[in-house]
Design a protein around this ligand. Sequence first.
Ligand SMILES: Cc1cc2nc3c(=O)[nH]c(=O)nc-3n(C[C@H](O)[C@H](O)[C@H](O)COP(=O)(O)OP(=O)(O)OC[C@H]3O[C@@H](n4cnc5c(N)ncnc54)[C@H](O)[C@@H]3O)c2cc1C
Length: 456
Amino acid sequence: MTKLRLAIVGAGPAGIYAADILLKMERSFDVSIDLFEQLPAPYGLVRYGVAPDHPRIKGIITALREVLDRGDIRIFGNVRYGTDITMDDLKRHYHAVIFATGAVRDAALEIPGIHASGSFGAADFVSWYDGHPDAPRSWELDAASVGVIGNGNVALDVARMLAKHAVDLLPTEVPDSVYRVLESSSVTDVHVFGRRGPAQVKFTPLELRELGEMRDVDMVVYDEDFEYDEAAKAAIAANKQVMVVDRILQSWRQRPSVNNAGGTASRRLHLHFWAKPVEVTTDATGRVAGLVYERTRPDREGGVEGTGEIRTIAVGQLYRAVGYFGSPLPGVPFDERHGVIPNHEGQVWDADSNELVPGVYATGWIKRGPVGLIGHTKSDAMETIRHLVNDQGSWWNPDDPDEASVPALLSARGIPWTDLEGWHRLDAHEIALGAPRDRARIKVVPREEMVAISRA
Ligand SMILES: Cc1cc2nc3c(=O)[nH]c(=O)nc-3n(C[C@H](O)[C@H](O)[C@H](O)COP(=O)(O)OP(=O)(O)OC[C@H]3O[C@@H](n4cnc5c(N)ncnc54)[C@H](O)[C@@H]3O)c2cc1C
C-alpha cells in the first residue's frame, strides 16, 4: 500500500484539524504526518491570540491535544519553515505539504502619525499579554486615556484587557510579567473608535456583553450615535445577532455613566461609533497625544460616508485593531494584496504561471484570510484534505521518505527541536507553577526556557 508522507507547517487549529481529518477519513493509502511548528508550544492563536480571560475558548486546546495525543502525528516544535527547514528539504522527504501558518501581524492603517511613539498594533499587544516568546517582554501602560481603533472582536479583547482590573485576571493564565504591568496601569479611560454605526459593527453579542460585566468599569455610549436610518432599522429587524448587539448597547444607554451625571466606577470604557480615524496627533516629544476623527453617517447603501465634521479626543496611547495579515513564506506563492497564499479550495495556485502548484496546499487563516472563528478552520481543512487525497497522481516523488531522516537532518543542523513529550513536560510544568496560587497555569515565556524544559 502507498504511504503518504505529509508535512504540515503550523500547529495551530488549522494544521491540527487537517491532520485529524486526514487520519480519520476512509482512504486507500497509509499516512504518516509530521507537524512543523516554529514555536516550542503548539495551538497557534488559541494559545497566543485568544485572551487569557476566555478560558472556555482556551478549552478548545483539550480537543486539539487529544488529536496530538493519539500517537500517530509527530511534532517538530521550535522548527521554522524557511530557515530551519526549506521547500527543497520537504520535497526530498515528503509527498506533499500543507501550509497552515495563520496570520500573525497587523494589517496596515495608513493615516498620518500612526507610527508615532505610543501607537501600537493590536497583534503586538495581544502577543505581549498572551506571553508570546517573540514579543517584547516589557510594556508601559502609563497613559490615563487610551484609544482603540476597530469594530471587531479583537478590538473588544484589547479594550477589555486595557480596562479590566488586573486582580480580576489573576485566576487566568496571564503571565506574571504581564500581570505586574497591568497591576500598575495608569489607564482610567479606554475609547473605542469605529467608523460604522451600532447596527453595522462586527462584534459578536457574547464578547460585547462581557464588557458590561467588568467590575468597577462603567460603559459609556453616546445618544447621538443611535439615530438609526431605515437601513439600520431593517438590519436590526432582520438579523438576530444585530438585534442582540443593539439590545446590549441600548441597555448601556440607560446605565448611570459620566454622560448622565452618574457612574461611580474608577474606569470607563467609551464606545464611539460613526468615527473614522484620520490622524494621530503627537506632543512635542513625538508621542501620541490624540486621535482626530471624522464623523461619518450612513450612505444609504449599508456603508458610511464622511460628514466633514472633525473631532479630536485626547489619548496618550493608541492601539489599532483593524485586522491581521498573513506573511509570505519562502518558495510559496503569496498574494501581497490580501496577505494569503493564493489557492483554489486549498490547492496552491501560482499566479505567474496560472497553474496549480503540485504537492502544495494551504489551510486556515493563511488560506482564506484572517476572518472566522476557530471552528471555521475545521470545515476549511476538510476542503483542503479532500483535494490532497484526490490529487494522489500529482504528489511529489521524494528521494528519501524514511521517517528517521527528518530528525537526523534537524539534529545535523543543530536545531534544538521539541517533540510531543517535550510539550507535555512544558505543559505540566506551567500547570504546576500555577497550582499553588490557584491559577490555571503560569506560562513560561522566554523561548530558551521553554525549549530547555521541553528537552529536559
Ligand atoms: C486576538 C485574537 C483573538 C481571538 N479570539 C478568538 C476567540 O475567542 N474564539 C475563536 O473562535 N477564535 C478566536 N480567534 C480566531 C482564531 O484564533 C483563528 O480562527 C485560528 O487561530 C486560525 O487558525 P490557524 O491555524 O489558521 O492560524 P494560527 O492559530 O495562527 O496558527 C498558525 C501556526 O503556524 C505557525 N507558523 C507560522 N509561520 C510558521 C513557519 N514559518 N514555520 C513553522 N510554523 C509557523 C504559528 O506559530 C502558529 O502556531 C482570535 C484571533 C485573534 C487574532
